[in-house]
Design a protein around this ligand. Structure first.
Ligand SMILES: [Zn+2]
Length: 424
């Protein structure tokens, strides 16, 4: 506990110092031996930032130090765009501390939101300057308020895109297993048929940036994942969502739910545990991005007793490895999102380590958390790359994450919209 407090005060000190510095100085010239621009790793490049924008980037010998700029050099580091977490639940924290049912049913939204402010801070300080949050799991629209507090500078955290409550079909979601005489509050909002029109519009009106659908759930006769909505229902949801300028994204693990979600117009498939080469190709054809959440499967298996590296992997881990390889082979665009919240916020890099462990080339894992996520979430005109004119979301990490992905955890520098939050 003492260490945590120390860390907290050190962070505050850093913010305080640089907060003052920023007032008097808003031009930076940053150099390191490596710079990853969102697609390509460059050697000995420099970067110029003024206020909240990237002004220029290129080889050191071609970029003059602008007058009055602060020079920052990291002699053994790599500069990257601020990372983008594609699948977080800031209102949740690890289930090995408190199980999901208890968090959803017993913890007041106010308590969960207070916790979420710390989760948001930890996410930003880990180098994730943007995050898409995939549902509050019973905490109403607390994510909308969390986003607002970050945008207003009241608390620190990543730039958020939020789902709000998310939508499930009647009967399909949890918490489950309680006396059916009781009305149990669910982790998402149930709706079916034409009522989906009203619920989608209601969620949009209350602040959802996109509509998150649970296209399947483990409610098969033997507890297997089965589709929860018909194709027509998914098409209806998508039509209403699209007309507001937003997008539909689908939790889908089973083959049939993935197929329906893609045909109905989902822009990202979350989890996709049973994706195969054929489905991957279908997703590619429809320009759908795959968000694998490998960590969720890997970590939950460990919570349930799997001793990774000691005992044989359970069937769901073996299955996830196989399906992820199939996804790679299909050529579908693979973004990064780990279902963080299942494991601690701030440890987001775990998903990228597992992507590499499960067979993705390291450079593709770096692209997934930068340019690919930016494209998938329609923010690639200003984020996910280091390019002139882009928002100054920049990080630096010790070492070379294109050789060792875990180097992403050695965070030296975090800047979001020109403001420095970490500088070591
Ligand atoms: Zn999730």
């Amino acid at each position: 506990m003492k260490i945590n407090y120390l860390k907290y005060f050190m962070t505050l000190t850093i913010i305080f110092i640089f907060g003052i510095k920023l007032n008097s100085q808003t031009k930076y010239y940053i150099t390191a031996p490596r710079l990853f621009d969102g697609e390509v790793m460059h050697k000995d490049w420099a970067l110029i930032i003024e206020n909240n924008k990237i002004i220029n980037v290129g080889p050191v010998e071609q970029l003059k130090v602008p007058e009055g700029s602060v020079k920052i050099n990291y002699p053994n580091a790599t500069i990257l765009p601020g990372l983008i977490e594609g699948h977080s639940h800031l209102m949740l924290y690890p289930y090995n501390i408190t199980d999901w049912d208890t968090q959803v049913l017993k913890e007041p939204d106010s308590y969960r939101t207070v916790r979420a402010t710390v989760h948001a801070k930890n996410t930003l300080l880990a180098g994730f300057t943007t995050a898409r949050d995939l549902g509050t799991e019973g905490a109403g629209y607390s994510d909308v308020s969390l986003k607002r507090a970050i945008n207003e500078g009241i608390i620190i955290g990543p730039r958020l895109m939020v789902a709000g409550r998310a939508i499930v079909s009647t009967g399909s979601y949890g918490p489950k297993g309680y006396d059916s005489d009781q009305q149990i509050m669910l982790g998402a909002e149930p709706a079916d048929g034409n009522d989906l029109i009203r619920v989608v519009r209601d969620q949009i009106g209350k602040g959802a940036d996109f509509i998150k659908i649970y296209a399947d759930y483990r409610w098969g006769i033997n507890g297997e994942d089965r589709p929860s909505f018909t194709l027509d229902e998914l098409k209806l949801i998508n039509e209403v969502t699209k007309s507001s300028g937003r997008v539909m994204v689908c939790h889908a693990k089973s083959k049939e739910a993935i197929r329906r979600a893609v045909l109905a117009g989902a822009e990202t498939i979350e989890h996709g545990d049973f994706i195969d080469v054929e489905l991957g190709k279908l997703m590619k054809q429809y320009n759908v991005t795959y968000i694998p959440t490998i960590s969720a499967v890997d970590v939950i298996s460990q919570y349930r007793g799997w001793k990774k590296g000691v005992t044989d992997p359970p069937i769901n881990v073996l299955n996830k490895r196989k399906s992820f390889k199939d996804a790679i082979a299909s050529g579908v665009s693979i973004g990064m999102g780990g279902d963080v919240g299942v494991y601690p916020h701030g440890e987001n890099v775990l998903e990228m380590e597992l992507m590499v462990e499960y067979g993705l080339p390291v450079i593709d894992a770096l692209k997934a958390a930068t340019s690919i996520n930016a494209k998938a979430f329609h923010i690639d005109d200003s984020l996910g790359y280091i390019k002139p004119g882009y928002i100054a979301d920049i990080i630096a990490v010790e070492g070379d994450p294109s050789k060792n992905i875990s180097d992403l955890k050695k965070v030296k520098f975090v800047m979001k919209e020109g403001i420095i939050y970490v500088s070591k």
